[in-house]
Design a protein. Structure first.
Length: 330
């Protein structure tokens, strides 16, 4: 048993609810590991869990992503050993800590060529892009040359998506909230960019870009503010993958609307469904590591905060002041 530091909330609410406290960390049980963190990723799901958008029991240690060194493994864990460099994006929350015991199935070995900082910044966001572009697909899949619409294209997930889509030969149309962010998305590989603040009817612009056809798929993490426009951007039989609620939860959708707009499909996927087995987690991570090591995807770590300054990190994330990825340094 060791005494470690962790960020805990006693009730869901604003950033001020997060407190740095001492916690006791014991030995791993069957199917578990103990990992000493080097860096933790900062993600919007952390905000949802902190503010009550996602209801979770408290007290709660936040954080879904980190990298570090395996200190001990429990019975039945064969893919990891003490001393291994490792990284994960996995429930249950608890990454905002110096060390923790956790399920081993979604923890993977981190290649020596990838730094701990990059590992902490890339797992949740990179694996999200993997399941979106490689697994959450419209009818007939996606082929080189196809148009896709990706909202929040200058965020941590978005910048990875711009790069990965370019590597796949897709024509990604990215939206962002400023000319500066649009420039970042374009630099990362977006074929077209739309500033949704100066061009609020982004669906009209999408139609113009695609010659009136619309896109095969929209990847939307914004939610309420973009939901209707996302539907209006789709080609017949197109797919809306709504995977986040940064502007609030998307409104209820009458099924008849899908028929009226062209036999559309809507899905609300989650990363952790895809990471439910060790085999799936490893296969997804292997593909992510491959595109990073090949130089096709570069992970931009633009903000770094000490663990004790996590409240400021959340404030900047929620106000959309951040670009690329943010990490908490241990």
């Amino acid at each position: 048993m060791s005494t470690e530091k962790a960020i805990r909330i006693e009730q869901q609410g604003g950033p001020e609810q997060m407190k740095l406290v001492d916690v006791e960390v014991g030995e791993p049980g069957p199917g578990e590991i103990r990992i000493r963190h080097k860096a933790c990723g900062l993600n919007y799901i952390d905000v949802y869990q902190r503010d009550g958008t996602y209801k979770l029991p408290v007290p709660l240690t936040l954080g879904m992503e980190a990298s570090g060194v395996v200190e001990a493994v429990g019975e039945g864990v064969t893919h990891l050993a003490p001393g291994d460099r490792a990284a994960y994006a996995s429930p249950p929350p608890g990454a905002y800590s110096t060390a923790r015991v956790m399920p081993a199935k979604a923890v993977v070995r981190l290649p020596d060529e990838i730094s701990f900082e990059t590992g902490a910044a890339m797992m949740l966001k990179g694996l999200t892009v993997q399941y979106l572009l490689r697994r959450t697909l419209p009818q007939g899949g996606l082929q080189a040359g196809d148009h896709v619409l990706f909202h929040a294209a200058a965020g941590g997930v978005g910048l990875i998506a711009c790069q990965w889509a370019k590597a796949l030969g897709l024509q990604l149309i990215g939206t962002a909230g400023s000319d500066e962010k649009c420039a970042l998305a374009k630099e990362a590989g977006a074929t077209h960019v739309i500033n949704y603040r100066s061009t609020p009817d982004f669906a009209k612009t999408v139609r113009e870009i695609t010659g009136g056809k619309g896109v095969k798929v929209v990847y939307d993490s914004v939610g309420a503010d973009t939901f209707e426009g996302s539907l209006d951007s789709l080609a017949p039989f197109g797919l809306l993958a709504s995977f986040g609620n940064a502007s609030g939860v998307a409104p209820p959708l009458p099924l008849a609307t899908l028929a009226a707009k062209g036999s559309l499909y809507v899905t609300r996927p989650t990363l952790f469904t895809h990471l439910a087995t060790r085999e799936s987690a490893q296969a997804m991570a292997d593909e992510l590591f491959a595109v990073v090591q090949a130089g096709q995807v570069h992970i931009r770590v633009e903000q770094r905060y000490p663990l004790a300054e996590v409240a400021q990190a959340h404030r900047e994330l929620e106000s959309r002041k951040t670009v690329g990825s943010s990490v908490l340094m241990i």
